[in-house]
Design a binder for this molecule. Structure first.
Ligand code: AMP
Ligand code: ZN
Length: 143
């Protein structure tokens, strides 16, 4: 099999090429998973496609399934091996959304009730159905 497309300036591509070390959790032809160096919980794992894609928008159509199956393996292992009751799969796109490494990756984070980890999530509300429809219209025009 040919080597996946690689970006010479990308730290995660360097890890995939084996030039930078990582603590590997899972690997197959298409996906690599390794421990995040700065875990928000012990066992916090990054799951990424081996072919370089900066964000979800650059992901090759058809490549997502391999990543999802790898996340399922990691999530299952967190429940079986770490005693995690649950897990979060989070993914940031572009700096405005908190992306620091521009190689598409998912954070898989083991969770337990009362573990103290909280995401800032302030739910708002729409004024009425017309406002909801207006937002949907803006999106729908570009789908
Ligand atoms: P994001 O903000 O979604 O781009 O997340 C990037 C993540 O990559 C951060 O949680 C970093 O701790 C992690 N990270 C950066 N460099 C490395 C590395 N060499 N090995 C493991 N994790 C890394
Ligand atoms: Zn890369």
């Amino acid at each position: 099999m040919s080597a996946p497309a690689s970006d010479p300036s990308c730290i995660f591509c360097a890890i995939i090429r084996g030039e930078v070390p990582c603590v590997k959790i899972y690997e197959d032809d298409n996906v690599l998973a390794f421990l995040d160096l700065h875990p928000v919980r012990p066992g916090h794992t990054l799951v990424l496609p081996k072919t370089h894609a900066a964000t979800l928008l650059e992901l090759e159509p058809g490549s997502g399934e391999a990543v999802i199956q790898a996340m399922r393996k990691v999530g299952r292992a967190m429940r079986a091996g770490l005693g995690a009751e649950g897990f979060n799969c989070l993914q940031n796109n572009f700096a405005a959304a908190g992306q620091e490494v521009m190689h598409l990756h998912w954070h898989v984070i083991p969770r337990n009730k009362g573990d103290g980890l909280a995401f800032i999530w302030n739910p708002g509300k729409y004024a009425d159905q017309d406002e909801m429809a207006a937002w949907a219209e803006k999106l729908g025009a570009h789908i």
